[in-house]
Design a protein around this ligand. Structure first.
Ligand code: HEM
Length: 487
């Protein structure tokens, strides 16, 4: 392990000096019926219809050239999507430069744009996959992320039924279908599906379910099923966590190329928890901050390309992301770490460009390491200037996080930009919904312990939310997520 350089500038020193010198689930049921003690098999005992007209987007982006998607007549190009209705209205992000930049001020497309296509007819496979959807799936453009706490009165069977109902609902939603009647026959009936995704395509929707440490207890008879490495994250230097954005017993990560499709999925799945759980915190993200094959590297709200060096190779997925056979019922699954990270955008925007580039160790426009010319040039952390100083600051973000300086450790980053509008002080309330997947949460902890202590970026960011979840393997047809827990 390469230790953080002692000569590097720490956050403290920077602060001290104040400156830097460099269905039809279709179970069509009333969602309020979820508290019923049901037989889960009654919920999942059907195979969802597959619309063969839709294009499948591979969940295994590593083996695909453009996330598994092919362009069909009627596809919407990336530029056209942003120029069109887009999603700003759905999220109410019109206020503030962050939101406008993300939705409106799209730069002219680069040469690779021909491959970077948004096809709203694409579906992602859900059942019978080697791994859960929404992890290796080429990142979609939007996310809605929500966590839940189990109700004090919830029984093990309630959790079982909820997971079964979620599974059936997710299968329908990922096919671009409603989860039940929008307009029930009986005039006094309550609609099962809320309807706002009617007429919208599947938009590559994935919904990834996470199980928090709190459910693996004796209270639910699940203590002996606890995934071996699932425990609350330790306190990490620099954490400024707020209770209202932290923790959760269950999580849903919905990602789609249409924000309303992602929102609808979470909204309708959240309706199913009534009586069993209640919502804890949520983030609506846009502008994916990671890339898959065929996708241009997107930018975070600090204006830098984010996702340049990420896990892309199948061998790295096996080594660092997926749990192996020895993980028992979790085999094929993974661990999800989520951090809600606020950015002090106004301060950042007045920082000089050389400083911004020093902080990341990369150039802003090209995204090249400061030791190279092009985005994908390998950083040379040993290179020095004529004066003998490192070209890439040892306390820059990439120097601290790179696998070369961390005993080879890698994590899969699948993050999204977010904005909550303005804060009470009238400043932009925005940041990064950092989501990482790894087969050992300690790998995240190792990186964040270094970043939290030494990262030059800390002057401009604050980790205010945090959670960890086990992501079970993909369900089998006719089964449900986490089924092995109850067998
Ligand atoms: C607001 C917070 C963050 C921002 C704005 C940010 C931004 C960036 C940027 C611009 C890059 C360089 C481009 C790239 O290779 O993707 C990068 C790289 C990276 N970041 Fe972050 N990041 C943040 C938080 C984190 C956190 C919390 C972790 C993990 C604990 C992390 C881990 C990494 C890793 C592993 C790399 C690749 C380094 C390399 O191999 O060169 N980042 N990040």
């Amino acid at each position: 392990m390469t230790n953080p350089p002692e000569t590097g500038r720490s956050r403290d020193s920077a602060e001290a000096t104040g400156r830097r010198d460099r269905s039809q689930t279709t179970d069509r049921q009333d969602p309020s019926a979820t508290t019923d003690r049901q037989d889960p098999s009654a919920v999942t005992g059907r195979t969802p219809d597959i619309d063969t007209d839709t294009t499948e987007r591979s969940t295994e982006q590593v083996s695909a050239t453009s996330g598994g998607a092919t362009r069909k007549p009627g596809s919407v190009s990336r530029r056209a999507l942003f120029a069109g209705v887009g999603g700003a209205a759905a999220f109410g992000v019109a206020a503030g430069a962050g939101g406008m930049a993300a939705f409106g001020a799209e730069a002219p497309p680069a040469a690779t744009d021909a491959e970077d296509i948004v096809d709203l007819n694409v579906t992602v496979p859900f059942y019978d996959q080697p791994h859960p959807a929404g992890v290796a799936t080429a990142p979609q453009r939007y996310t809605v992320y929500m966590t839940f706490d189990l109700a004090a009165t919830a029984l093990t069977q309630d959790l079982q039924v909820l997971l079964a109902r979620w599974t059936a609902g997710i299968a329908q939603l990922m096919q671009g279908e409603s989860i039940g009647a929008v307009e029930p026959d009986r005039p006094d009936a309550v609609a099962t599906d809320t309807g706002e995704a009617e007429g919208l395509g599947p938009a590559s929707l994935t919904v990834t379910v996470g199980l928090g440490p709190g459910i693996f207890t004796d209270a639910y008879g699940l203590a002996d099923k606890r995934p071996a490495l699932l425990q609350d994250l330790p306190r990490i230097p620099g954490d400024q966590l707020q209770e209202e954005f932290t923790g959760g017993d269950l999580s849903l990560q919905a990602c789609a190329d249409d924000p309303q499709v992602a929102y609808h999925a979470i909204r309708d799945l959240a309706r199913m928890v009534t009586g069993t759980a209640h919502t804890r915190w949520a983030v609506m993200g846009f502008g994916r901050a990671s890339a898959g094959p065929g996708q241009q590297t997107p930018r975070n709200l600090l204006g830098f390309k984010d996702g340049t060096r990420n896990i892309t190779e199948a061998a790295d997925y096996d080594r660092f992301v997926w749990l192996g056979e020895d993980a028992g019922w979790m085999s094929g699954g993974t661990y999800q770490v989520v951090r809600k990270i606020m950015m002090t955008i106004e301060t950042w925007d007045f920082d000089r460009i050389s400083d911004q580039q020093q902080i990341f160790g990369r150039t802003k426009l090209e995204g090249a390491p400061l030791t190279g010319q092009a985005e994908f040039d390998t950083p040379d952390f040993a290179a020095t200037t004529a004066e003998g100083d490192p070209v890439i600051d040892p306390t820059s973000h990439i120097a601290l996080a790179a696998h070369e300086n961390n005993d080879g450790v890698k994590i899969l980053r699948r993050s999204y930009n977010f904005t909550d509008g303005m804060n009470p002080e009238g400043l932009l309330d925005a940041g990064l919904l950092f989501i990482s997947y790894q087969n050992d949460p300690e790998n995240f902890v190792t990186l964040q312990q270094k970043l939290g202590r030494f990262d030059l970026l800390n002057e401009y960011i604050r980790h205010v939310g945090s959670a960890i979840f086990a992501v079970p393997p993909a369900p089998r047809t006719g089964g449900y997520i986490g089924q092995a827990l109850f067998e």
